[in-house]
Design a protein around this ligand. Structure first.
Ligand SMILES: Nc1ncnc2c1ncn2[C@@H]1O[C@H](COP(=O)(O)OP(=O)(O)OP(=O)(O)O)[C@@H](O)[C@H]1O
Ligand SMILES: [Mg+2]
Length: 256
């Protein structure tokens, strides 16, 4: 079968696309230095106590005894980084007197990784906002979280400071594709600005997956499951031991 020759209109669109892409790259290099990274503010004692689930006086006592992480003090107030909050959890867990509670919430023996999908048929209904807040809250409360962006619009990915159209970022598509180029999901996962929270980015190529699946089903391709949800399930299984919770942000067209 011969491919149709591109007409002038196709060439014009491709040229315009390249121009827009160059302009975006230029704007980005003006606005953000190449090594720019999204940061995270520090947390006050009261916030730390809330996240960990202990009283402020308990934390003050630990500090007075010179135990736990060494934190920054400004004007008599102590500020903890998110990493120091995790250190504090480790200290509390290692020194607890009762087995009735856990300061480091982890899956126990035999407990499966929990997968939470944020879905709604309607677009613009707060799915990404909910997924982002849930993932961040779970990470700040000590869980090991993987946020998965299933939306080719990549809004969740962008919230973590990754710009898929500019960063040449690999997306979940690479872990789902039906050809020999398929990658392990661990090669695609990226850390975020929040300790304990990683992300599987999305990009526009993810849209292709919607067309790949019916083709694979009709041609009986794909030894690792042809149904889209089985392939996602199999990809997540590869990192089952690394996370307690997976939060999936769905595009509205996939919610059905
Ligand atoms: N609880 C809320 N109150 C007010 N505005 C909100 C709330 N949640 C989300 N928004 C705003 O609504 C808009 C759409 O939210 P969001 O992107 O999370 O929706 P979505 O369902 O993921 O959209 P899409 O279907 O395009 O993926 C955003 O501008 C967001 O800031
Ligand atoms: Mg969204």
């Amino acid at each position: 079968m011969s491919h149709p020759q591109p007409n002038r209109f196709d060439i014009e669109i491709a040229q315009q696309g390249a121009k827009i892409s160059n302009a975006l790259h230029m704007l980005r290099s003006q606005q953000y230095p190449p090594d720019a990274k999204k940061g995270l503010r520090k947390f006050q004692l009261g916030e730390v106590a809330d996240f960990i689930g202990v009283t402020q006086s308990h934390l003050r006592q630990i500090h007075l005894e010179g135990k736990g992480p060494e934190v920054e003090s400004v004007g008599g107030r102590r500020y903890y980084t998110a990493d120091q909050m995790l250190e504090l959890r480790d200290y509390l867990e290692a020194n607890k007197k009762s087995d009735k509670r856990y300061y480091v919430p982890r899956r126990r023996e035999g407990e499966p990784m929990q997968v939470v999908s944020v879905v709604n048929f309607k677009g613009g209904s707060g799915k990404t906002t909910t997924a982002a807040h849930l993932a961040q809250y779970l990470a700040l409360t000590g869980h090991r979280v993987l946020a998965v962006d299933l939306d080719p619009q990549a809004s969740l990915t962008s919230l973590f400071g990754i710009q898929p159209e500019l960063d040449d970022t690999a997306s979940l598509y690479e872990a789902l594709r039906f050809d020999d180029e398929r990658k392990f999901i661990s090669e695609i996962i990226q850390p975020t600005n929040i300790p304990g929270l990683d992300v599987v980015p999305a990009n526009l190529v993810l849209q292709e997956y919607e067309y790949d699946v019916p083709l694979a089903i009709s041609s009986k391709k794909g030894e690792d499951g042809r149904l889209f949800y089985m392939r996602i399930f199999n990809a997540l299984k590869q990192v089952d031991d690394r996370y307690d919770v997976v939060v999936i942000d769905c595009p509205h067209s996939w919610d059905t």
